[in-house]
Design a protein around this ligand. Structure first.
Ligand code: PGA
Length: 258
């Protein structure tokens, strides 16, 4: 099977503060990527309220739209929730699920799985985050990731595997500047692939992209790709700086050429 293109997702989290700033940020990225022949997929996961504006600034869909969360319920009396059908109607093509910041405020593996099933059933791509809180010399962090993955993999049908993306995001690396080394990222990617092979099939490995997230910057992106062999990134802080984000995208595009 042909190697899939890398994927870089900018997770804006709860930023920026205003509609005008969101517009400026998105247009900054769009302008910097203009006329570039890119060998990578790119998505922006903006807060829900900015998605409509962003969709109108990128009619070509060159920068794909992602969301940071979704309800597990299809539609109805769920105050404050957003349904996957709503996201789809704005052209959103992927949803980040189980981010550690959401897990920290009480989102359980069961809740992540319920959302995952809803997203896949709707035909969208699910970007599911896994990752340990800390590392220990006994390697317990592998068990943490394995447990999270089992919940995810057992609810994905074989025909849906191409729409599953796993983002390995060690919590100790998120927003801290303490990026995992390319070796750490590579080792975890191989571990995740082994679990995918054991739970699904060997063929499934080629279908599921495995991203790295946690203090990705322009300065470490190329090493994480070339030596870590990850299939792209989930970028938080650096996605709020157009030049920095575009440099990360360019690194992924270079990597995606071969
Ligand atoms: P960071 O966030 O790049 O700011 O570390 C990554 C994430 O939380 O997805």
């Amino acid at each position: 099977m042909k190697q899939r293109l890398p994927l870089v997702i900018g997770n804006w989290k709860m930023n920026p503060a205003t509609r005008a700033e969101a517009r400026k940020l998105f247009i900054g990225v769009r302008q910097a990527l203009r006329r570039k022949n890119l060998h990578t997929d790119i998505a922006i996961a903006a807060p829900f309220v900015f998605i409509a504006d962003i969709a109108s600034y990128s009619p070509s869909n060159r920068i794909q739209l992602s969301a940071q969360n979704v309800s597990a319920e299809a539609i109805g009396a769920y105050t404050g929730e957003i349904a996957v059908a709503m996201l789809k109607s704005f052209g959103v093509s992927s949803v980040i699920l189980g981010h550690s910041e959401r897990r920290a405020s009480g989102e359980t593996d069961a809740a992540v799985v319920a959302k995952l099933e809803t997203v896949l059933k709707a035909g969208l791509t699910a970007v599911v985050c896994v990752g340990e809180e800390k590392r220990d010399s006994a390697g317990h962090y592998f068990t943490v990731v394995e447990k999270q993955l089992h919940h995810i993999l057992k609810s994905v049908k074989r025909t849906q595997l191409e729409r599953l993306v796993i983002a390995y995001e060690p919590i100790w690396a998120i927003g801290t500047g303490a990026t995992a080394t390319p070796e750490d990222a590579h080792e975890m990617k191989l571990f995740i692939q082994k679990i995918i092979a054991d739970t699904c099939s060997r063929a499934a490995i080629a279908k599921v992209r495995i991203l790295y997230g946690g203090s990705v910057k322009a300065a470490n992106a190329a090493d994480l790709l070339n030596d870590g062999n990850v299939d792209g990134f989930l970028v938080g802080g650096a996605s709020l700086k157009p030049k920095e984000f575009v440099d990360i995208v360019q690194a992924a595009s270079e990597y995606g050429k071969h």
